[in-house]
Design a protein around this ligand. Structure first.
Ligand SMILES: [Zn+2]
Length: 206
């Protein structure tokens, strides 16, 4: 993996933590280094304080090939997304508070309300609950990997993906921002009006 990719994973971990999209040891970040290799974040470490030597290399079956730490328990979610859609080159999983609140209420983020959300993120479905760290998490997201850019995980959090690390990360920021806007509207006793879905920009799917 190039130095730049390693630095980018560390920087995205720092931003996820600084922006409170994760708490404690939550969340994980991965990218495809080439067609056979994936680099991901280790378990048991706050992603706000990663260093480049903590990252774990593995093949697409999950066999560790580099690094001396254990990979995240959610590695199966990342590998499942790469298998479902080879165009995906990076995945970010977090527990952002507003988006996770909606996911706990059994709600998706799929209404056409903000045009720039449709443009950069697209509609975000709700994947059914699966025990974190189990193979069922990847299975719950599999139907969306080719048609969407992310998903809410019921009673758990959110996952986004993209053609590179920054695209996956910014989609997570956007997802949480959209969820926050919706919750503020509802807290004010309002109701979001939908824009015409036919004229809104189409989501960009990697
Ligand atoms: Zn999680």
């Amino acid at each position: 993996m190039s130095e730049t990719l390693r630095q980018t994973i560390v920087e995205i971990g720092r931003r996820l933590y600084a922006r409170r999209l994760i708490a404690a040891y939550d969340g994980n970040i991965s990218c495809r280094a080439d067609d056979a290799a994936v680099w991901t974040t280790p378990t048991g470490v706050c992603k706000g304080f990663l260093t480049e030597d903590m990252l774990v290399g593995m093949d697409l079956t999950g066999r560790v090939t580099a690094g001396d730490r254990r990979p995240s328990s959610e590695t199966g979610l990342h590998l499942g997304i790469y298998r479902e859609n080879p165009a995906v080159r990076a995945v970010v999983h977090a527990h952002p508070p507003a988006a996770t609140a909606l996911a706990c209420m059994g709600r998706a983020l799929d209404r056409p309300i903000l045009p720039e959300v449709l443009l950069t993120l697209g509609p975000v479905p709700l994947a059914p609950y699966a025990i974190p760290g189990s193979p069922a998490v990847a299975e719950s997201v599999a139907p969306y990997c080719r048609t969407h850019n992310g998903a809410l995980l019921a009673n758990h959090g959110a996952v986004t993906w993209g053609g590179d690390l920054w695209e996956a990360y910014y989609r997570m920021e956007k997802l949480e921002h959209f969820a926050e806007v919706l919750l503020r509207i509802e807290a004010a006793g309002g109701r979001a009006r939908e824009i015409d879905g036919n004229t809104a920009p189409r989501p960009v799917v990697s």
